[in-house]
Design a protein around this ligand. Structure first.
Ligand SMILES: Nc1ncnc2c1ncn2[C@@H]1O[C@H](COP(=O)(O)OP(=O)(O)OP(=O)(O)O)[C@@H](O)[C@H]1O
Ligand SMILES: [Mg+2]
Length: 297
């Protein structure tokens, strides 16, 4: 074997060792919260869902992947110094970069420059994946708050998540954009598990009609089925909580929106817990293969 071949083999072996050790250990459930249209309530739902899970004694981590426009920390009136991009760039270890949010939830904010996905080399990804899988063992749930639409940088995370929650409002534009986003995802992988949350509903009927419209189109034109996770009413206490920079579940625990988010969380995660897990490919393995495929070296 030529010396350069031996060197390349050694490098490959080293990368494998870096990726392999923790991939098959116990891990958190992963959920990506997406939408077609922007501003439909993804971040508020992610944050308050995390708090509802935490109330039930679960350990929850939010990863803000709305890179450049992330605002989980703004919603809780905090600012964080380390971001997920710092971790991807191997500047900091993930476990040491998590910020503490209310009720014991942990989060990491987005930072800027997710195009790192196209620049990182295999060794960087190997470290990142190892880092991420170590953290996944410490949490029951990891929720990804995504930016609106489907940017190519976010896709590996969305397609790897065990479950996807698509948020829409009753507005036809939001429904149409949710349909387009879901169409893209279903074409990429028809086995994805997708649930729908209807936010800012004017009534239960309004929420059910919205879900019926969206799920009917998905069923008819894409041959796929989506689940109804629940609805959250249009509630002025939600925008008040945003202004106060205190999540509505804490600011107004008995508000209609708070009761709805608890219900939605129960439906979404109880159904989840009853599903046999082994049917789904593990998040970390899927993500690892997506990211590795994207790197050139
Ligand atoms: N159920 C609700 N009732 C009343 N107002 C709401 C509700 N949900 C969201 N809003 C309003 O919509 C705004 C946008 O919500 P949020 O930031 O959660 O949306 P987003 O989908 O994360 O937006 P982006 O696409 O920019 O990330 C909130 O600041 C709030 O004022
Ligand atoms: Mg948001």
């Amino acid at each position: 074997m030529k010396p350069d071949q031996a060197e390349s083999l050694r490098r490959k072996m080293k990368q494998r060792q870096l990726i392999k050790p923790q991939l098959y250990e116990k891990k958190a459930k992963t959920l990506a919260v997406i939408s077609g249209k922007g501003g439909v309530g993804k971040s508020n739902i992610t944050l308050n869902m995390a708090l509802a899970l935490q109330e039930k004694g679960k350990n929850v981590l939010i990863i803000d992947l709305d890179i450049g426009m992330g605002n989980i920390d703004v919603l809780i009136g905090a600012s964080s110094s380390r971001t997920i991009i710092d971790v991807m760039e191997n500047r900091h270890v993930l476990a040491q970069s998590l910020s503490a949010g209310p009720k014991g939830i942990r989060y990491i904010s987005g930072g800027t420059g997710l195009d790192v996905i196209y620049q990182a080399d295999r060794e960087k990804w190997a470290y990142f994946m190892n880092d991420l899988s170590a953290v996944l063992r410490d949490f029951d749930y990891v929720l990804f708050d995504m930016g609106a639409g489907l940017s190519k940088e976010q896709l590996p995370f969305i397609l790897s998540a065990e479950d996807i929650l698509a948020v829409t409002t009753p507005e036809p534009t939001a429904i149409m954009d949710a349909y387009s986003a879901i169409k893209y995802l279903v074409i990429a992988d028809e086995r994805l598990s997708i649930s729908i949350a209807v936010n800012r509903a004017r009534s239960k009927k309004n929420a059910m009609d919205t879900f019926a419209r969206l799920s009917h189109a998905i069923h008819t034109f894409l041959g796929a089925d989506v689940q109804f996770a629940g609805s959250i009413p249009d509630d002025p206490l939600v925008s008040q909580a945003v202004i106060d920079q205190v999540p509505f579940l804490i600011n107004s625990p008995q508000a209609k929106a708070s009761r709805s988010i608890r219900l939605l969380t129960d439906v979404l995660f109880q159904t989840e817990e009853n599903k046999p897990r082994e049917e789904k490919p593990a998040f970390i393995e899927k993500l690892s293969s997506f990211l590795m495929r994207r790197t050139l070296h």
